[in-house]
Design a protein around this ligand. Structure first.
Ligand SMILES: [Zn+2]
Length: 240
C-alpha cells in the first residue's frame, strides 16, 4: 500500500476542513468538485480532473445514501492521493478494504474513504469493553452516519473483547467475515450457515451450532442489511 503517512496527512488536512460526521458533499464544495448523480453510468463512480474541470460522477443506479457517501469519499481519495486525470471505478466496496485487491490505488481510495467516514481513533472511543452487540453497532452507525455493515465490520475488527466474529451470509452462503482475531481465515468458517437465517431470531444464546469456533453457549445476533444478506454476530468463549 501507498505510504500510509501520505494517507494520514491527507486525512489530517481534510480534518481541518471538515465537520463531524464527515460530509463528503461539503468537502466536494470546498474543493470545487461538482457531483453528478443523475446519469445511469455503467461504473459505480468516475473522477474527472482535467484543465480545471473537476467532476465526480456517481451512477444514478446507486440509491442507497450511505453507499453514495462511500463512493464520493472513494473518489475524493483519488483526488487527494493520486494525480491522474481520470478514474473509472467499479465494485467500490466498504468490504473491499478487508480483502486482497490487486489494484493498489483502488485499495488506497477505499482505505481513505473508510477512515474519512469512520475514523478509527474516534470509533475506538465508542467501543464497549465487553463483547460488541448490534445495539452498540447501531449507535456507532447513527453517530457517524454510515451503514450498519460498515460500522459492524470495523467495530468487530477493532474490538476490545476480541471474541466476536461477524459473518455475512448471502442466502445461506458465506460472503465475507470480520474479526479481531487475525489468525482466523475464510476457510475456517462455515461456508453454509448452520442456522436457517430466514427463521433465526434477532438475538439468542445457543449451543451446539458454532462448536468449531466457540466453546459452550454462543451469543448470536442476526441483522438483515438488505435483500437476502444477513449479518451474523457471534460472541462467547473462543476455542483456542
Ligand atoms: Zn477508484
Amino acid at each position: 500500500m501507498m505510504n500510509s503517512v501520505t494517507i494520514r496527512q491527507a486525512l489530517e488536512f481534510i480534518g481541518l476542513l471538515s465537520t463531524s460526521p464527515s460530509n463528503p458533499y461539503n468537502l466536494c464544495n470546498t474543493f470545487g468538485i461538482e457531483v453528478i448523480d443523475n446519469e445511469p453510468i455503467n461504473k459505480d463512480g468516475y473522477l474527472v480532473c482535467d484543465r480545471g474541470c473537476k467532476l465526480i460522477f456517481i451512477s444514478s443506479n446507486i440509491t442507497n445514501r450511505h453507499r453514495k457517501k462511500f463512493i464520493i469519499s472513494h473518489e475524493l481519495g483519488h483526488f487527494l492521493l493520486h494525480r491522474e486525470k481520470l478514474y473509472c471505478c467499479t465494485d467500490i466496496s466498504e468490504i473491499g478494504i478487508s480483502q486482497i485487491n490487486s489494484n493498489c490505488q483502488e485499495n488506497e481510495a477505499n482505505y481513505f474513504a473508510s477512515e474519512y467516514l469512520l475514523p478509527q481513533e474516534q470509533l475506538l472511543r465508542m467501543l464497549p469493553h465487553e463483547s460488541i452487540r448490534f445495539s452498540d453497532i447501531f449507535k456507532i452507525a447513527a453517530h457517524f452516519d454510515v451503514s450498519v455493515t460498515m460500522a459492524a465490520m470495523k467495530a468487530t475488527r477493532l474490538s476490545n473483547a476480541e471474541d466476536e466474529i461477524l459473518l455475512c451470509y448471502k442466502g445461506q452462503q458465506l460472503k465475507w467475515f470480520s474479526s479481531g482475531d487475525t489468525g482466523l481465515c475464510y476457510k475456517m468458517l462455515p461456508q453454509k450457515c448452520p442456522v436457517d437465517l430466514t427463521r433465526a431470531p434477532l438475538e439468542v444464546d445457543i449451543g451446539g451450532v458454532w462448536d468449531t469456533l466457540y466453546e459452550g453457549t454462543v451469543h448470536q445476533e442476526v441483522f438483515n442489511p438488505f435483500e437476502d444478506q444477513r449479518l451474523v454476530l457471534l460472541s462467547g468463549t473462543r476455542c483456542l
